[in-house]
Design a protein around this ligand. Structure first.
Ligand SMILES: C[S@@+](CC[C@H](N)C(=O)[O-])C[C@H]1O[C@@H](n2cnc3c(N)ncnc32)[C@H](O)[C@@H]1O
Length: 471
């Protein structure tokens, strides 16, 4: 399906198929959302490209999620109304429950409308489990924070979006001085306000905002590009004295909005990002590297691969790792700085500030978080050069950097014949250009869950090299 919206597609030289990484000269057709090279086809929602390596299957999953969301909302309504039927329900409880029911129903209808207006149709698919529709509930509050709260007129209210942007602005200004910023990628942009403020203020050549959640991206796209006003009730999770249990909000652009050319949205997975390597001048990761549940070394590999030589990375946010993350991946600031150094990324500026997080103007609960913002510049060393360098591990042993950063190519070592065919096919791929991440693709689904395939590949190759050296 061809789309014509001027807000739809980032500059074509940035784009690649998320499945085979072909660019526009190699089979990717950005207007048709197809890739002739690997015969994939993608889709868009109201002009926003939704490019996943699984192609159209992603749409089926979201259609199912939307149908499940609607079904759950209906069940929730029935349960609330049922509760009011009890002979022991007080009048004040009856009023509260009915108000909550109306607000929850309004929120569910608003979510459906945002997604259905963008072209997503709710549809149960029998082959998919009747799971809960977690995806659309994740970070739901960000839509209110980004586009709803700024309408508040109370003198006491401080817009945390603006406070956060001030910190990002100061690091960016110290990093770029007066030079014009080129092509920017914001990874995990959520409902988009920080990226929007950044784009409005710095006016880079282009800003592409990528997130995996279609609801958050659509809310941003519809508010910014379609100038829509979206009614979305905010429901208090816990009762607070003298505070209404729900508030009616209008999500809309701030009054001081300027025309927003060259700000693009994409729904995609950062770990199969639909971009050509080494094309971006700046990558910003706001509140992303910790919550994504991936080893930060892998995230740094994605960033390093997408940035041009000498380009910049700005990270922004706390280190609130998921409980489920393994202990050795819950890096402290010092370890992240050491990792930057290992990847030859030069720290340019850093600041930490404690700020309110997700503090609704009508809320009596407060959450404060420490935001650490740093900027770093990558070097112009080739990936091959970096690969051959070493780092010292905790036991003071020098190991090659390709084993730490598994996106780097493994040098073409002479490898011994392996006894097992799977091991043999792994060592056969070591040609000086292939990384452990690429080799590890062949192990997907074949290893116990607790094993990291890239680490398994690195261990095997390192063992081989050490054995060869000791013989
Ligand atoms: C803590 S939220 C931060 C959102 C936004 N940056 C902000 O500051 O409000 C993390 C965001 O990362 C997104 N995300 C999680 N995994 C992702 C992935 N694999 N690829 C792209 N985005 C992802 C989530 O959908 C969510 O919007």
């Amino acid at each position: 399906m061809t789309i014509n919206s001027k807000h739809s597609l980032p500059p074509e030289h940035l784009l690649a198929c998320p499945n085979c990484y072909a660019g526009v000269n190699e089979g990717l057709n950005i207007n048709e959302h197809t890739c002739a090279h690997c015969e994939s086809s993608f889709f868009h929602l109201d002009g926003v490209p939704c490019w996943f390596d699984c192609g159209q299957d992603q749409k089926i999953v979201w259609e199912h999620h939307l149908a499940v969301t609607q079904q759950k909302a209906e069940q929730n309504t029935q349960a609330m109304l049922q509760a009011t039927q009890s002979p022991f329900t007080l009048k004040s409880s009856d009023t509260r429950i009915k108000n909550m029911q109306k607000a929850s129903e309004q929120s569910a209808n608003a979510v459906s409308k945002i997604l259905q207006d963008s072209g997503l149709t709710p549809k149960m698919h029998d082959m998919l489990p009747p799971e809960d529709a977690g995806l659309f509930a994740n970070y739901f509050e960000l839509m209110h924070r980004d586009w709803g709260w700024h309408n508040n007129t109370s003198e006491k209210f401080e817009d945390e979006n603006i406070k956060q942007f001030e910190l990002l602005k100061s690091i960016t200004q110290n990093t770029f001085k007066d030079s014009k910023i080129g092509h920017v990628l914001v990874i995990g942009g959520g409902a988009g306000r920080l990226a929007y403020e950044f784009h409005q203020f710095f006016n880079p050549q282009s800003t592409t905002v990528l997130d995996i959640n279609p609801l958050l991206v659509q809310s941003a796209h519809q508010v910014i590009h379609n100038h829509k006003e979206i009614q979305l009730d905010e429901v208090r999770k816990y009762p607070q004295t003298e505070v209404d249990p729900s508030f009616s909000r209008t999500l809309k652009l701030p009054a001081e909005h300027k025309a927003c050319e060259n700000l693009f949205f994409m729904v995609a997975d950062a770990y199969n990002a639909p971009f050509k390597q080494q094309q971006f001048d700046l990558i910003i990761t706001p509140w992303f590297v910790d919550v994504v549940g991936v080893d930060i070394k892998k995230t740094m590999g994605v960033i390093h691969s997408l940035l041009k030589p000498d380009a910049h990375w700005i990270n922004f946010g706390p280190l609130l790792y998921l409980d489920s993350m393994e202990f050795n991946y819950k890096y402290h600031q010092k370890e992240i700085l050491e990792l930057l150094n290992c990847l030859d990324m030069n720290l340019i500026d850093q600041k930490s500030e404690v700020m309110p997080y997700s503090l609704s103007p009508d809320d009596q609960r407060q959450r404060l978080e420490q935001i650490w913002c740093f900027s770093a510049q990558i070097s112009n060393q080739s990936f091959e050069t970096l690969s051959n360098q070493t780092f010292k591990n905790a036991k003071d042993v020098d190991l090659p950097k390709w084993a730490l950063f598994t996106h780097l190519p493994i040098p073409a070592y002479n490898m011994a014949q392996q006894s097992h065919p799977v091991l043999q096919s792994i060592v056969e791929q070591i040609d000086g250009q292939t990384s452990a991440d690429e080799v590890a693709l062949m192990l997907e689904g074949k290893l116990p869950n607790h094993l990291n395939p890239s680490e398994v590949v690195c261990t095997l190759i390192l063992d081989n090299i050490l054995n060869a050296e000791n013989q």
